[in-house]
Ligand binder design. Structure first.
Ligand code: OGA
Ligand code: NI
Length: 361
């Protein structure tokens, strides 16, 4: 990586200004927010794809035919496009409503209140927690049109409860409840992923074990006057093993790159979107794809979403499964420690690049 143009973020002024304030005060987005890729004008008019829907109940059905069929569907979805919509996830609608409600209520507070939970930069670009948006490490960086609250959910002893807002008062309880239910769904998905590739059931499950990381990222996309010029979230793939995304019930904007084309992800209010992320792409030797996706903004409506990232425990090595390497399917990725990959991923992300490109053989 060219580090010549990297600046070392040391003080909080290097955190970009809250997008919410720009949304209120500014007609045109400041230059640092303007995308510089040569993509066509991004548009919400992209085609919608019928996204594979997997019923998690069927994955543990007592009928082996039903089970096998759903497992095949899951495998096809993750090998062809790297994402699917999960239903039968046993997260009650009331919990989905509650987590959406507390997220909106958190962001509805005045910026000064939210700043009490600001990200504290302590010398590392990874594992940051708190409220803010992109950390600025380069003059050339394109900043995203979104504010967020980033929290470590697991390992439990790394939760920073000072940052788990007490406004609204049930924020902590609701996040605790949602995390617990989402965790169970993530475990079923990870086990099914290993099974579908003929690997031992636990091959991918480390991300839901006690010492592995779960991050919650609450995203808030204020309206922008120029949705054609900015990204809510720039094109990226996720850096953990898998991600569960709870989308806004009413406002779209998420797009996935499939076969070179940006596809709108439809809103299915009670389904949870599942992305394969980079660690699984590495461990599956590229059989499961970590898809590139982005979020577009709009000029009228606020959008909220919640991404839960499940990642391998620090100290564990990421490397392709030996069983998936053969003469016809040679090894595609280097071996790397989970936390080292995290560091590479985070820097590349900020620069608008993909971490996984640096570990390809
Ligand atoms: C993310 C992400 C999608 C969304 O937070 O990494 O891709 O719908 N979010 O907001
Ligand atoms: Ni993402």
């Amino acid at each position: 990586m060219d580090s010549g143009s990297l600046v070392q973020p040391q003080d909080p002024t290097l955190l970009a200004k809250r997008v919410e304030e720009l949304s209120i005060n500014c007609d045109e987005p400041p230059p640092s927010f303007i995308r510089r890729d040569d993509d066509d004008t991004p548009t919400n008019e992209s085609p919608s794809l019928s996204i594979p829907v997997i019923d998690l109940h069927l994955l543990s059905s007592s009928s082996s035919t039903a089970r096998e069929k759903e497992l095949e569907k899951l495998k096809l979805a993750f090998t062809s496009c790297g994402f699917l919509l999960a239903i039968g996830h046993d997260i009650p609608s009331s919990v989905l409503d509650d987590i959406r409600k507390v997220s909106k209520a958190f962001f509805a507070q005045p910026v000064e209140e939210k700043n009490k939970y600001s990200v504290k930069y302590e010398g590392k670009v990874t594992f940051l927690q708190g409220y803010g948006n992109d950390l600025i490490i380069s003059d050339e960086q394109v900043i995203e049109w979104s504010d967020r609250l980033f929290l470590v959910v697991k390992p439990k002893e790394q939760r920073d409860y000072h940052l788990w807002s007490d406004n609204p008062t049930d924020f902590r309880d609701v996040l605790g409840e949602y995390s617990m239910k989402a965790h169970l769904a993530a475990e079923i998905i990870l086990k099914s992923m290993s099974k579908s590739l003929g690997l031992e059931e636990k091959f991918f499950v480390n991300p839901v074990e006690e010492n592995a990381y779960t991050f919650a990222r609450f995203n808030y996309f204020p309206p922008s006057s120029r949705p054609d010029l900015v990204y809510g979230i720039k094109p990226h793939s996720d850096g953990g093993a898998i991600t569960l995304v709870l989308q806004d019930k009413d406002v779209g904007g998420l797009q996935v790159l499939k076969d070179g084309q940006w596809i709108n992800v439809p809103i299915v209010p009670d389904a949870v979107l599942v992305f394969v992320a980079d660690q699984v792409e590495i461990m599956s030797n590229g059989v499961f794809k970590s898809p590139v996706h982005r979020v577009l903004t709009n000029s009228e409506r606020k959008r909220f979403s919640l991404a839960m990232f499940y990642g391998m425990e620090n100290g564990k090595y990421l490397e392709p499964a030996a069983d998936l390497i053969s003469e016809t399917t040679p090894r595609l990725y280097k071996k790397i420690k989970a936390e080292d990959y995290g560091e590479i991923y985070a820097k590349q992300y900020l620069l608008g690049k993909r971490g996984i490109d640096l570990v390809r053989l």
